[in-house]
Design a binder for this molecule. Structure first.
Ligand code: ADP
Ligand code: F6P
Length: 322
């Protein structure tokens, strides 16, 4: 039976990470295992920023956004010589197993650490919802609610002034925050990498709405596809709407996690500790058809993305109808 478990958060932070940390710490203690936190992701493993924690540490962090143990991007971890230092440091402290909360980049580090003798279990912590083998990731629901609240508020003022607004949404190549946000707010026009519209197509659609007498228009776009402010100018010229642009940015990553994110985070944290106690490693925990699943990290990295074309097409059609 393992005696010590570590937990770290890696990559971009996400609301719900603290709830997962709390569950890992509490589960470990309930099984007589000593819990340790590693500060600043994989960087903390190299620098021995590792400390033992107790129940009081875990008791009041569930509702807090961000990650109280810090997260970092640490590209050096891709080098085996660096990972070996991490393993030596963990072994020196008697820590035999780790829970890694992060996205698919962090999973790759977890898989490689497992191959070097430290069993690791990955938990899907990212607002992007881009872990293909999990229906939802920890942080997605909170970020989505922030997106929806923001678009609703932008809609109020666009409606008052009969304007159009381009709203740029995060996702790092995954359009889920934009798609779900557009469904939930009725954004008239939306574009993501998976269902892309050229700038000219966007202008045509907004112009069509202007001609039909639509009072306000929301154009929701996934980040990294356009210069949103330049796009707003182009739309204004084509459609006649006074057009503004709002880049939602990091507001989407903060805030107290929603109940659904806490629910997923806490259950996944408990499940991860169970798997480590069984002596398993190289697995990630996901939510599939409303059930927690533990699968090989390798299998998730190679899984095809779920095809949401039908959802895109149906929503685009009803949101654009005049
Ligand atoms: P996310 O986990 O959110 O996808 P990143 O892709 O930035 O975020 O990865 C987070 C961290 O995971 C990286 O900074 C690095 O420390 C580690 N990592 C990413 N890819 C690998 C890899 N191929 N091998 C080992 N470690 C990796
Ligand atoms: O992965 C989470 C995420 O917020 C992405 O949506 C976004 O592209 C990226 O991180 C932003 O990273 P940074 O905080 O380094 O600007």
């Amino acid at each position: 039976m393992i005696k010590k478990i570590g937990v770290l958060t890696s990559g971009g932070d996400a609301p719900g990470m603290n709830a997962a940390i709390s569950a890992v710490v509490k589960s470990a203690i309930s099984k007589g295992i000593e819990p340790y936190v590693v500060r600043e992701g994989y960087k903390g493993l190299i620098n021995k920023w590792i400390e033992k924690v107790d129940l009081s540490f875990a008791s009041d962090i569930i509702a807090r956004g961000g990650t109280v143990i810090g997260s970092a991007r640490f590209p050096e971890f891709k080098e085996e010589s660096v990972r070996k230092v991490a393993v030596e440091n963990l072994k020196e402290m008697g820590i035999e197993a780790l829970v890694v909360i992060g996205g698919d980049g962090s999973y790759q580090g977890a898989e490689k650490l497992t191959n070097l003798g430290i069993n690791c279990i990955g938990l899907p912590g990212t607002i992007d919802n881009d872990i293909v083998s999990s229906d939802y990731t920890i942080g997605f629901d909170t970020a989505l609610n922030t997106v929806v609240r923001s678009i609703d508020q932008i809609r109020d003022t666009m409606q008052s002034h009969s304007r159009c607004c381009v709203v740029e949404i995060m996702g790092n190549g995954c359009g889920d925050l934009t798609l779900y946000g557009s469904i939930a707010t009725g954004a008239e026009v939306f574009s993501t990498k998976e269902s892309f519209l050229t700038e000219d197509q966007i202008c045509e659609q907004v112009t069509m709405l202007a001609k039909a007498g639509r009072r306000s228009v929301i154009v929701a776009v996934a980040e990294q596809l356009y210069d949103s402010h330049a796009l707003a100018k182009k739309i204004e010229k084509a459609s006649g709407y006074v057009t503004r642009a709002t880049v939602l940015g990091h507001i989407q990553r903060g805030g107290s996690p929603t109940a659904m994110d806490r629910y997923l985070a806490i259950n996944a944290g408990i499940f991860a500790v169970e798997k480590l106690v069984e002596g398993k490693g190289g697995l990630y925990i996901g939510m599939s058809e409303n059930k927690l699943v533990a699968r090989d990290i390798n299998s998730t990295l190679n899984m095809p993305k779920p095809d949401k074309t039908e959802e895109y097409e149906k929503t685009k059609k009803i949101n654009l109808s005049i």
